[in-house]
Design a protein around this ligand. Structure first.
Ligand SMILES: Cc1ncc(C[n+]2csc(CCOP(=O)(O)OP(=O)(O)O)c2C)c(N)n1
Length: 686
């Protein structure tokens, strides 16, 4: 921030950046030049003067985080990442080409300096709220300001219009996240043109009412359009003085400025400007119209001063870090373990002890899950999470822990609030909860979960998808998993949800059948290889606790499907997940009475089963047994791959009913008699 006087060099670097953006879109033949061009002064100012970052160490823990919520404007970030030293000019030339580091929308894990995948509008700004919460929690947990950093995000009207940004921003205000900074690129243009046809509220007033600090920087000055980087930096300085509220700085811009005949038009949003227009733009910017991908070495050297700045900031941080480690060995070893992703001592024992203590009384799997979660939370200090206003129903409350919130913000029901609080109250904001928990995982080394009813997983689905796409180990706890939830009726009874979640790549959908499988599901969520997210699907109603799972789940559950009861020469296979496993056990008994040997297979997680070697899969589902019945209180779709052409399904391919849980299950065919009937049918077809 001391280098403001060099504004002329700044202007030239910004002009050069805009030329690179126009060329890259032109070369790719497609892309989003408009806002990438007009956001450039903002992104440049952030990387050059505001963010604490080290291009030589993109993952440095002490860095500030920057998220481009307007993912379509990716080139605005890529070009600054190039100027700062994260990317090469060839990367810029490779924009939108296959396997390049510069895809159409920024992708987490692919490109240095990209903190999360963006593109689905609204999610960047909402996930940023999670990043900001993570920084606060982690620094409180480890009792050090070293883990406090700023979280910056740049968004456009599209993000503001998406509902999830309102959910998350509202919560950010309640949480008084003083480390969160949103810059709103207000160009009053979206794909269909002037935003006054869709967005007429006073956005600043809205953010003010959420409890945010707000400010405006207007590039449309009385003396004409001026990309006033210094005015922006002054606004940043002013905002930083306010530490007890999140910050919203609106910057009024003109899309694609200063492309002659194009600036201000929605046509620049999503297609190349055209060769002639790019030449005109370059002339306007003082660049050589005949040169493509023009980079002035002096300006590049000027921009690369970020490297030195970053190295210095990092050196200073590391000195503090070494000192802290020496003085705080306990926290330091917790920190090291969290960074490595290792499990705490006593993790297995906590679950073993819990299983030991379980009786064979029936228990809803959501209740077993609450027990397992709490057993783990006792030994895993970095585990936190909550629910979308259903904590008691989802059994997601960490008992005895404080709530996460600013000091002194407690209520009658939740009197203890603190930045180290482990119970998060998301409010009825499922989508924001998904995005925020994603941000928590991306922004810290803590572990996190979020709960709601399975029915409302659809509300948070787009965030679940981003977790799967980014390959981050989020835990989505989804209870009340079938029509057996009863009297709340069809609006609350999930039917298609299991199959629809299973259709999502890289998401492990786990539906344990009883208390033992539920404990093992939690164990495997933490012990499994890789970092894929998990959806844990749990019952509202009581289910029998089985001695069979007590004996077999530890080994069987991680394999995704296993034989609960069976031997060589079985006549048919009954398979089920969750609450329907005890149903097929009952059916197997009835069949046994008829002299039919039914194998019983519990299928808690199809994704884990698919990863097993063929020999194992065939040992569970031997090719020669073609009479098969799959039973699940949800749509049949995901079971056809296991039942084969002679098989049958006992599933629910219609909406639920008004009635008690047991009435519904009976009316919709989830009965021993029905399973037996289908088994006999399948045996006939063999
Ligand atoms: C959730 C979602 N819906 C739709 C889109 C498609 N889309 C990409 S950009 C855009 C318009 C965004 O307008 P704005 O944020 O004002 O961006 P600008 O035109 O200023 O670049 C739309 C609809 C998307 N990326 N994400």
């Amino acid at each position: 921030m001391d280098e403001l006087k060099k504004s002329n060099l700044d202007e030239k670097t910004i002009a050069m950046s805009k030329g690179l953006i126009a060329d890259a879109v032109q070369k790719a033949g497609s892309g989003h030049p408009g806002s990438a061009i007009s956001m450039t002064p903002i992104v440049y100012a952030l990387y050059r003067y505001v963010l604490r970052h080290d291009p030589l160490d993109p993952k440095w823990e002490g860095r500030d985080r920057f998220i481009l919520s307007s993912g379509h404007a990716s080139l605005a970030q890529y070009v600054q990442l190039f100027l700062a030293g994260y990317l090469t000019l060839d990367d810029i030339k490779g924009y939108r080409t296959m396997r390049s580091k510069t895809p159409g929308h920024p992708e987490y894990g692919l490109t240095e300096g990209i903190e999360m995948t963006t593109g689905p509008l609204g999610q960047g700004i909402s996930t940023a709220v999670g990043f900001a919460m993570a920084s606060r929690f982690q620094s409180a947990l480890l009792e050090s300001d070293l883990f406090k950093h700023e979280v910056w995000t740049l968004c456009g009207e599209g993000d503001i219009e998406e509902g999830v940004s309102s959910e998350a921003s509202s919560l950010a205000g309640t949480q008084k996240l003083g480390n969160l900074f949103v810059i709103f690129d207000c160009n009053r243009i979206q794909i269909e043109g002037d935003t006054s046809i869709t967005l007429t509220e006073d956005v600043l007033a809205r953010y003010k009412s959420y409890g945010w600090y707000t400010d405006v920087v207007d590039f449309n000055t009385p003396s004409g359009y001026k990309e006033d980087v210094q005015a922006l930096l002054r606004a940043v300085k002013k905002a930083r003085k306010v530490e007890d509220r999140p910050h919203f700085i609106q910057v009024n811009t003109v899309i694609a400025w200063p492309a002659p005949g194009k600036a201000g038009s929605e046509k620049t949003h999503g297609s190349p400007l055209g060769e002639e227009a790019v030449r005109d733009l370059k002339k306007e910017l003082g660049l050589d119209p005949d040169r493509k991908f023009q980079v002035d070495p002096d300006l590049l050297a000027y921009a690369r001063q970020s490297v030195k700045r970053g190295e210095e900031a990092k050196r200073e941080w590391e000195e503090g870090f070494e000192e802290w480690k020496a003085k705080n060995p306990e926290n330091a070893s917790l920190h090291e373990r969290m960074k490595k992703g290792d499990l705490p001592q006593g993790f297995d024992k906590a679950l073993d002890d819990l299983e030991e203590s379980l009786s064979l009384d029936p228990l809803p799997t959501r209740a077993s899950s609450g027990k397992a979660l709490n057993a783990i939370a006792k030994v895993m200090a970095e585990l936190w999470g909550g629910s979308a206003d259903l904590g008691g129903s989802n059994n997601t409350v960490i008992e005895g822990a404080a709530s996460f919130g600013p000091e002194g913000s407690g209520t009658k029901q939740w009197p203890n609030c603190s930045p180290a609080g482990r119970v998060i109250h998301f409010g009825v904001r499922e989508f924001a909860m998904g995005a925020i928990t994603n941000g928590i995982l991306l922004g810290s080394s803590t572990r996190c979960f979020g709960g709601t009813f399975l029915q409302f997983a659809d509300y948070e689905r787009a965030a679940v998808r981003l977790a799967a796409l980014m390959d981050i180990p989020n835990i989505f706890v989804l209870t009340h998993d079938s029509v057996a939830l009863g009297e709340d009726g069809p609006t609350h009874q999930p039917v298609e949800h299991l199959s629809s979640l299973r259709a999502m790549p890289n998401l492990d959908v786990i539906r344990p059948c009883d208390a033992f499988e539920t404990c093992e599901a939690w164990r495997e969520i933490f012990e499994k290889e890789g970092t894929s997210p998990s959806a844990l699907i749990l019952t509202r109603q009581k289910v029998p606790t089985l001695s069979l799972t007590k004996e077999k789940a530890r080994e069987g559950l991680p394999k995704g499907a296993y034989v609960l009861k069976g031997r060589e020469g079985d006549d048919l296979i009954l398979m089920a997940s969750g609450s329907e496993v005890s149903l097929i056990l009952g059916a197997a008994e009835e069949l046994e009475k008829m002299g039919i040997r039914a194998r019983v297979v519990s299928v808690p997680c199809m994704e884990w089963f698919e990863r097993q070697p063929l020999s194992y899969r065939q040992s569970v589902f031997p090719d020669e047994i073609r009479a098969r019945v799959a039973v699940e209180a949800g749509s049949a779709m995901s079971w056809y791959k296991y039942v084969g052409l002679s098989g049958r399904t006992v599933c629910i391919d219609r909406f639920g009913l008004q009635g008690s849980g047991s009435e519904n299950m009976k009316a919709l065919g989830m009965t021993v008699e029905n399973v037996v009937e289908k088994a006999l049918e399948s045996l006939k077809e063999e």
